[in-house]
Design a protein around this ligand. Structure first.
Ligand code: K2U
Ligand code: NI
Length: 185
């Protein structure tokens, strides 16, 4: 299982690389990586497991964050009153997006960043995405709200982008044009 010691931290060059697309069928190691990434995000949202293994809770985890420069990430998002969103996305793409933006009013964090970086992170409010599951089956989803934000955060990891790259250091809380705020709490 992935532990915090397996998650690389900012400054590690792998976090600034454009990750490599993977080809199907996945190797045994790549299949294990997919399972491990999803297992981490599920484990990290279980208070007992989180406590026992000292995990930081996460709703997403990308392969580069465990030093594997491959275009794979996992998401597991449970929101009250909504169907859980649980996926491993292989070679993910945003195929279209809204003009409208959104941002988490709480700002964003990252399992690879051991510090608070304040500021609004502009994200597309609604996205249409395509990806493959680990078995090689393509899927297409329309996402909004926290799933859309998380998908964009993880896709950034596959392109060597960190959330704070989107924050204007001169005005971290400046109003984002055409943006609707997203309150997590
Ligand atoms: O990629 C990661 O480091 C996991 C990120 C994913 C994420 C960050 C900001 C916004 C959406 C997703 C976080 O550590 S997950 C922690 C978290 C949990 C719930 C909502 C937002 C962030
Ligand atoms: Ni992150």
């Amino acid at each position: 299982m992935i532990l915090m010691e397996n998650i690389v931290r900012e400054g590690h060059p792998v976090l600034r690389k454009v990750a490599d697309a993977v080809s199907f069928p996945l190797s045994a190691d790549e299949k294990k990586l997919c399972n491990d990434l999803l297992e981490y995000v599920i484990n990290s949202q279980d208070d007992e497991v989180c406590e026992r293994y000292g995990l930081r809770p996460g709703i997403g985890l990308a392969a580069p964050q465990v030093n594997a420069s491959k275009r794979i990430f996992a998401l597991h998002i449970e929101e009250d009153g909504k169907e859980p969103l649980s996926m491993v996305a292989v070679n993910p793409k945003i195929v279209s997006h809204s003009v409208e933006k959104t941002y988490l009013t709480s700002g964003e964090g990252c399992l690879s960043v051991d510090r608070d970086v304040d500021g609004f992170v502009p994200r597309y409010a609604r996205i249409t995405v395509k990806a493959f599951n680990p078995e090689g089956k393509e899927f297409k989803l329309r996402l909004k709200g926290l799933p859309a934000i998380a998908f964009q955060h993880e896709l950034d990891h596959l392109n060597g982008v960190m959330f704070y790259d989107h924050i204007d250091p001169a005005a971290p809380f400046k109003v984002i044009p055409d943006a609707i705020p997203f309150d997590r709490y």
